[in-house]
Design a protein around this ligand. Structure first.
Ligand code: FAD
Length: 468
């Protein structure tokens, strides 16, 4: 074996550019490939990675190891703690195993880029060639304006993106072929693995793929009308798999193209595809504006905002005890499952940044520490959108009214009933904002915020920025 493929957040066999091209090249030379994973639990902790995501990651590494073993491809696991120790460790492994070619798919966050650069420099000094493949985007090349600059607004980005997409080959790369007799493997010992809701997200790339095709067959065409209602199982819930790369974006595209074709619809009009374009958009932004990876707002002037620090409010928000039923139901969904519906992410982030007027970075970090799909670009993008500090963000004067949002998107209160059981006996009207006596009876807290003055104060703080 002379070719080693390093997998990180791309834990899959199919549609994996590095694995595919390494296999092609190695086969043409009649050589073999092996796969390497390098868990860095201390680094993940520094990046606030949740136990749920770590748990799913461990499971996916093990499933991948078995799948590769069937193909006669060994998977090696080198445990270390942080990125700093990786160059030396990988170099040692490569020299003692006579590796000549090192392959991986490009990662975009800044620390990951620095890590990869350090590994490549060390390997090159040992005469091992590094082959860096396309990153996990639907359109992996730069999507730029006519002036050659990155887009800061989603709609023009999307228009350009869809044009480029129409021009590119979208067929997913096949998994490598069998290179030797099947290997016997034992489950890897991954001491950092954590329990998570594997009933909701089984650690299995094949199941992820089945979920994708089922979603595209049955739900994708209704997505536009139903995606905003958290009680409906109307979105794909594939985000944990996409975040860890158990599914590749081209696999999603293939399923969309097939379904639209079958139903004689234009794939360009798929609203689900448009959501996947947001994923690309935020990732590209992060790559073009490294300040985003350094805790900075996209709009520097918003750094002058003086956020409030109220620990009791922060705790109430984290625990789902704000006295706003929809906010509490959402936060409890996050705490209990590791996932939250997109409409609810917007509601709780708007509540946090506008009504509590708390620093979006604190909310972003809490989300990251709990989300099973926690992914820097999308999370940072979502938080800065909600806080009106980001590019193409919600206008600052648009402050979600949590009670109105609840009445619109959880009309009968069924979602609230699921996660705030103490309110389950209330009728569809009062459940969104129970009366004081109902709260007392249900042992449910009073609202921690007075909506109207809080909204006005937030708008005034942003208005003041304009006067500077
Ligand atoms: P679907 O509706 O089925 O969408 C399909 C896929 O498209 C998703 O799995 C995701 O990969 C991508 N996607 C959808 N919406 C967005 C979006 N607005 N931005 C970027 N990608 C998108 N998404 C994450 O994957 N990780 C995060 O850490 C994350 N944090 C967020 C924080 C906030 C404050 C907000 C408002 C949004 C955040 N999102 C994040 C985006 C979105 O909420 C989730 O991607 C979505 O809820 C996942 O559910 P799904 O797989 O059913 O999505």
């Amino acid at each position: 074996i002379t070719h080693l493929v390093w997998l990180r957040n791309d834990l899959r066999c199919q549609d994996n550019p590095a694995l595919h091209f390494a296999f092609l090249e190695a086969s043409s030379l009649q050589e073999g490939i092996a796969v390497l994973v390098t868990p860095t639990p201390k680094q993940w902790a520094k990046h606030n990675e949740s136990d749920a995501k770590t748990g799913l990651r461990a499971g996916l590494i093990n499933t991948l190891s078995s799948t590769l073993a069937q193909l006669g491809i060994p998977l090696h696991c080198l445990d270390t703690e942080t990125f700093e120790t990786l160059p030396e460790l990988i170099a040692q492994f490569c020299t003692s195993n006579n590796i000549k070619h090192f392959w991986f798919n490009r990662d975009l966050p800044i620390h990951e880029q620095q890590r990869d650069q350090a590994v490549c420099e060390t390997l090159k000094s040992l005469d091992i060639s590094c082959h860096v493949q396309a990153t996990d985007l639907i359109v992996p090349r730069d999507v730029l304006s006519q002036q050659g600059t990155p887009f800061k607004v989603f709609t023009p980005f999307f228009n350009r993106w869809i044009t480029l997409l129409a021009e590119q080959d979208i067929t997913p790369f096949p998994a490598p072929e069998k290179q030797a007799d099947a290997l016997t493997v034992k489950p890897l010992d991954l001491p950092w693995a954590k329990p998570y809701r594997d009933d909701l997200w089984p650690a299995d790339q094949d199941i992820a793929k089945q979920k994708l095709w089922q979603f595209c067959h049955h739900k994708e065409r209704h997505y536009k009308e139903s995606r905003d209602y958290p009680i409906e199982p109307a979105t794909s819930t594939l985000s944990p798999y996409l975040a860890l790369g158990a599914l590749g974006p081209r696999q999603c595209l293939e399923a969309i193209f097939y379904t639209c074709n079958q139903e004689e619809r234009r794939w360009q009009d798929s609203i689900w595809l448009k959501e996947l374009a947001w994923r690309d958009f935020y990732r590209q932004l992060m790559a073009h504006f490294p300040a985003l990876c350094m805790n900075r707002p996209f709009k520097p002037e918003t750094d002058a905002l003086i956020w409030r620090h109220n620990n009791a409010e922060f705790q109430a928000w984290c625990e789902g005890k704000t006295g706003f039923p929809i906010v509490d139901a959402a936060m409890r969904q996050l705490n209990q499952t590791g996932w939250m519906h997109n409409r609810l992410r917007m509601i709780v982030a708007s509540f946090f940044t506008k009504l509590m007027f708390a620093d979006w970075r604190k909310g972003e970090a809490y989300f990251m520490s709990k989300l099973i799909d926690g992914e820097f670009a999308a999370n940072n993008g979502g938080w800065q959108w909600s806080a009106s500090t980001g590019c193409d963000a919600a206008p600052y004067f648009r402050v979600f009214n949590p009670t109105r949002q609840s009445e619109t998107y959880d009309k009968n209160g069924d979602f609230i009933r699921r996660f705030v059981p103490e309110l389950s006996k209330l009728d569809a009207k009062s459940i969104h904002d129970p009366k004081p006596e109902q709260r007392k009876l249900c042992k449910y807290p009073a609202p921690i915020i007075d909506y109207k003055p809080a909204r006005l104060a937030a708008i005034a703080a942003f208005d003041e920025l304009k006067g500077r």
